[in-house]
Design a protein around this ligand. Structure first.
Ligand SMILES: Nc1ncnc2c1ncn2[C@@H]1O[C@H](COP(=O)(O)OP(=O)(O)OP(=O)(O)O)[C@@H](O)[C@H]1O
Ligand SMILES: [Mg+2]
Length: 327
């Protein structure tokens, strides 16, 4: 074979593959459903039939734990929400947008380590990792995650950032934990310390106000913003009552509702680094006994979130008279 033939063969081999055949658009009409299935919609003459049968992808509900105040219990509440939802039999994805802390993912990795260590299988969410702290990547990963999960739990760092804004923009439910301190309320609203009157909205409340209307097109229901009282004590202190009064005054202007969260418990702090919750102590009885009130408190937190799932509502029904967790 001559040099020229060899050159021609190499050129043919290296040539770009032929372009993929172009798919017809719009796709050919879908054959109408047989009448006996009783959900046939008569096609209108000017619209192709395939537009009448949209593929109904399951649409995961996005719960974003966010507050520009740090250290208020976002990650702790997000983690417990994730695991409680999994215990209720829901398909859950977890995503941490604070790539420097990754608290939620670290807890979930610790959970996997605990599973290996103790040789057990524990219910847990799908973990979705971002390669970079980038809003477009977040939107794309959420789009995919929503197809096959009923809930997506997002933990947002305690500061403003473009990715935090994107998560809030896409949220169906925003959960903002606060502790019983006036400093924690500052990002939500300002109260006159002398008269106790409401003065203005805080920066975080303004941000939610700014983002909730443009995001409405993405949501099937209006945004539900809940402020969750975290680390409450069984006997409400005077300060706790004052903080609650202040929250009541800010709520109508900011557009949130106030719900009970987790109370102050050492167990939450002790189990978190192992990636475990009180629910797991049934599977791992050697680690301790779950206090029924504490477990009920986690269910109560979920009930207060009022999430859209009949299965979840059944699983988290209030305890029956015999004291068992499930109705
Ligand atoms: N209900 C609770 N009972 C006891 N300790 C709690 C409770 N909730 C949170 N904590 C503790 O409070 C601290 C802050 O909690 P966490 O890390 O969840 O807050 P965060 O809002 O996610 O913080 P950041 O803004 O840094 O992300 C942690 O030490 C955690 O163990
Ligand atoms: Mg955190």
């Amino acid at each position: 074979m001559g040099l020229f033939d060899r050159f021609k063969r190499r050129k043919a081999r290296d040539a770009a593959p032929p372009p993929a055949p172009v798919q017809p658009w719009p796709p050919p009409p879908v054959a109408p459903m047989p009448a006996y299935q009783n959900f046939e919609i008569p096609p209108e003459p000017d619209q192709p039939a395939w537009m009448k049968y949209p593929v109904s992808a399951p649409k995961g509900h996005i719960i974003v734990f966010a507050n520009e105040k740090g250290g208020v219990g976002k990650s702790t509440s997000a983690f417990h929400t994730c695991i409680a939802l999994c215990n209720a039999g829901e398909r859950v994805a977890a995503l941490d947008v604070d790539l420097r802390q990754l608290t939620l993912h670290r807890a979930l990795w610790a959970r996997q380590e605990s599973e290996r260590e103790y040789g057990v299988k524990l219910p847990g969410p799908e973990q979705i990792m971002l390669a970079q702290q980038n809003e477009n990547e977040l939107a794309e990963k959420l789009r995919m995650a929503r197809i096959h999960n009923s809930f997506i739990v997002i933990d947002v760092g305690g500061h403003d950032s473009p990715i935090a804004r994107k998560a809030i923009f896409m949220a169906d439910t925003i959960v903002t934990p606060v502790n019983d301190s006036f400093i924690d309320l500052d990002m939500l609203g300002h109260i006159d310390p002398r008269t106790g009157d409401f003065k203005t909205l805080g920066n975080f409340a303004r941000l939610v106000e700014h983002l909730k209307d443009p995001g409405i097109a993405l949501r099937s229901t209006p945004l539900d913003w809940v402020v969750m009282q975290n680390r409450s004590r069984s006997l409400a202190t005077n300060n706790e009552r004052k903080v609650r009064d202040a929250l009541d005054k800010i709520a109508p202007a900011a557009g949130f509702r106030i719900v009970p969260g987790l109370s102050e418990r050492v167990t939450y702090r002790e189990l978190f680094p192992l990636g475990l919750t009180l629910f797991d102590l049934d599977t791992l009885p050697d680690l301790g006994k779950a206090q029924p009130n504490a477990r009920e408190e986690i269910w109560a937190m979920l009930r207060a979130l009022n999430l859209p799932s009949a299965a979840l509502k059944r699983a988290i029904a209030p305890p029956t008279d015999d004291g068992s967790d499930f109705a």
